[in-house]
Ligand binder design. Sequence first.
Ligand code: APR
Length: 308
Amino acid sequence: MPNKVSIIGAGMTGSTSAHWIAQQEIADVVLVDIVEGMPQGKALDLQEAMPVIGKDVSIVGSNDYEETKGSDIIVITAGLPRKPGMSRDDLLSTNSAIVKEATEQTLRLSPDAIYIILTNPLDVMCMVAMKAGNLPRERIIGQAGILDSARMRAFVAMELEVSVENINCYVLGGHGDSMVPLTRHSNVAGVPLNKMLSAERLEAIVERTRKGGGEIVALLKKGSAYYAPAAAIAQMVEAILKNKHLIVPVSVYLQGEYGHTDFFFGVPAQLGRDGLEKVIEYDLNEEEMESLNKSASHVTEVVEQAKI
Ligand code: APR
């Protein structure tokens, strides 16, 4: 039987995730949304594209959770996106209720599913889903670090005119302005970034990475980024379903790693068929640790605010 991925929220990120997953023939996809007809319409349109690209996957849209029964992975993108001038944290109370409901509704039909969360504020929404489903930490992973790192990789590639495949960047911490781009661990084909770029250029790239989501929100004026976040979702889905043991920066529930415990935070982690396999701990210097701790305080403040 083919693998099945259900995506709750068939908006821009949800439907684009379905697109990437179907295009790479990773799994059958179910799109669920509260808007009548919209997930059905998008799913049918995508299904009709499959003969053109020669991929045999099924894509179904629904307003009913029953269709998600027996999913291997549940992706939650349901919620409100940011408007210009809004921070990810401004979405807190509305999105908490949506993520809680989506988790409860899907878990009763797919009791063994692994959850990938995208809804913002990301690190806190992961916690909402974890508590709502009483899930072990292996089965709940937030998408943020792959996107933030990809943005940094894209900026370095544009600056140096080098293939994106040669560029390795690692962005850790909370998914917000306090994120921590690790320049010392980032490199171009093994050469450290600070040997390839001046201190000023590197700082400019770090700053642009931190504000990468906001840059797109300001340009779009309506809604937030979706191509790159959705591509990151597809990469996580593939890593899990193909048991790739892939190490990527994602948001996971820390239990002592990096000196922190009991909240979701962006760290490098290995993903396989059971979800989170392990957290990779970098050797961080004092300055990097300080930035990470600052980012951690921000995440825990929002968790407290959310009263989960
Ligand atoms: N159940 C199912 N779907 C819902 C629910 C719900 N209770 N509430 C809202 N939705 C749907 C909306 O109808 C909409 O189609 O979630 C979808 C969200 O899609 P978009 O508005 O296009 O937002 P998108 O850009 O995809 O972002 C979704 O991901 O990156 C984050 O900050 C972003 O939190 C936001 C989320």
